[in-house]
Design a binder for this molecule. Structure first.
Ligand code: MG
Length: 249
């Protein structure tokens, strides 16, 4: 069965990386919750998509230049009384959930990996008994290399359409294998069955990201990709249930 990952806690259903969305996702019949992390200036690990507060909140500035209190004070757009939370709080929300973590390491606002951030996150996940329920993802090979140095937990390479176009799928597979990355994810609009076949024939897992519309979600389910991320977890669950019922009849 294709796995569903609620992207940023289900952005189009519940707002972008809101506590409300993360709590709602924890109770949904799906397999993964996807989220992104950034360090605060005073050493906290905060759950937020962008490296800055500007686009999705009423605050501004790079998270890495702000204190945890500054970040918590920001109101998330369209999320009534919703403010960014820490990784520790996210772990508490999922303690009794059956949903697993899909943790993405984002670059800083200039596109570079945060120094010494990966081991810190792994330590925090471990301390909160969530490491064994976490898979990691990143667009950055440097981050994936570092993840592999610190944990044997699964990781996957998010391949951007630009990288996919520049390298071609054969080289993408070659790079993944050279770096010991067991799985890749393509943007759903740039994925097809032939590409999936080539990737799985090479022994790598194949998933998709950004399946938000009915057409995109149906495509991911029809292809039977391993996993896809979606901003609309409730629609994805409904469509998957229909698929399962049709397959059974
Ligand atoms: Mg992400």
């Amino acid at each position: 069965m294709t796995r569903i990952a609620s992207h940023r806690g289900g952005t189009l259903d519940y707002g972008d990386s809101t506590p409300f969305g993360f709590r709602a996702t924890a109770a949904l019949p799906l397999e993964e919750v996807e989220f992104d992390l950034h360090p605060s200036r005073d050493g906290a690990i905060m759950v937020h998509h962008d490296a800055t507060l500007d686009r999705t909140t009423d605050g501004s500035g790079a998270l890495a230049h702000l204190t945890e209190a500054d970040i918590r004070a920001a109101s998330i757009n369209y999320g009534v009384d919703q403010h960014p939370i820490s990784l520790k709080e996210l772990c508490a929300i999922y303690q009794h959930s059956t949903v697993s973590f899909r943790c993405e390491f984002k670059p800083d606002q200039n596109g570079a990996p945060y120094p010494n951030f990966v081991p810190k996150v792994i330590e925090e996940l471990s301390r909160n008994a969530m490491l064994e329920r976490t898979g990691f993802s990143s667009f950055l090979i440097a981050n994936l290399d570092e993840i592999k140095r610190h944990t044997s937990r699964p990781c996957l390479w998010l391949v951007s359409p630009a990288v996919q176009k520049q390298l071609g799928i054969s080289t993408v597979v070659e790079v993944a294998k050279r770096h010991g990355i067991p799985e890749i994810g393509l943007n759903i609009d740039h994925a097809n069955e032939a590409l999936m076949q080539q990737v799985t024939d090479a022994g790598l897992g194949f998933g998709c990201w950004a399946a938000h519309t009915q057409t995109q979600i149906t495509k991911a389910l029809s292809m039977q990709v391993k996993v896809f991320t979606t901003d609309r977890p409730n629609l994805a669950i409904a469509l998957r249930n229909t698929f399962i019922q049709e397959a059974a009849s």
